[in-house]
Design a protein around this ligand. Sequence first.
Ligand code: 8YV
Length: 328
Amino acid sequence: MSKPRILIARNIFPEVVERLSQHFEVEANPDDVIWSPAELAQRLADKDGVLTTGSQRVDAALLAAVPRLKIAANMAVGYNNFDVDAMTAAGVQGTNTPDVLTETTADFGFALLMATARRVTESEHYLRAGQWTRWSYDLFAGSDIHGSTLGILGMGRIGQGIARRGAHGFGMNVIYHNRSRLSPELEAECKARYVGKEELLRTADHLMLVLPYTPQSHHTIGAAELAQMKPTANLINIARGGIVDDAALAQALKERRIAAAGLDVFEGEPEVNPALLEVPNVVLTPHIASATVPTRLAMANLAADNLIAFFDGRGPLTPVNTPAGRGS
Ligand code: 8YV
């Protein structure tokens, strides 16, 4: 029997490509070309499966053009690049990579929080520019982390990891808001108190966004929400671009209506709103929260495991939908 055919839509670890080659006829993308939707459809015309990253959209238009495709395995926990309803309707399986990146991403949330509150990159730029000539009492004075109030919006696995770090590592007072409340056991473990969104916005010294991006969470933080925050507060977004109205945030930062922001994700990334590049009180990183070598390797391997298990007939390990399945 011939092997199923798969496309690996972006360049990934050679050892994972090699592993997949033992199970499938593989078309890889070693030059890491970002294909247009039409090019992607063309390459998928004769494929049974695809390993995607956040940069490929799998929607009704693509699915209509690729009738052979049975599974899209995303190398990401977030899957807002999938139109899950369209995939389910077309009988196409979707999978993601939860758990393997939780702790690494929570670590980075803290790195960004600390860099933002303690003005790490802003002060480094000043030093590199040769502007440091003397000590002064308020030179890059920022805000404290220990003992402050950490607000978390979105309390899934990564949110819980951040809560644990804040409460147990830094003695922070942790509050959170989420669609559903955690169990009393989990709340106790995370030392986190459930509050309404308004209280979260009004009282957090550091507000961490860790919620999924959906049409409902578009611009969860806009001008009105920023206006409710303390002028001394910091905002950290490690979730998705589009959850924050970046133009409204840049304006609030410029007018110092909040103290600072740390952003790993952007509306329309890799484009970054030019107004954000103009303000000094923002730490900007290029969507690297899960980027450690072991974690990215674990993500690639889990995406590969999903493809292998699916075509073995064992069923995907971490599905995001339960389609009836396409005929072969
Ligand atoms: C990915 C992410 O690196 O897992 C996610 O949801 O945002 C990142 O870990 C990115 O989506 C590329 O696939």
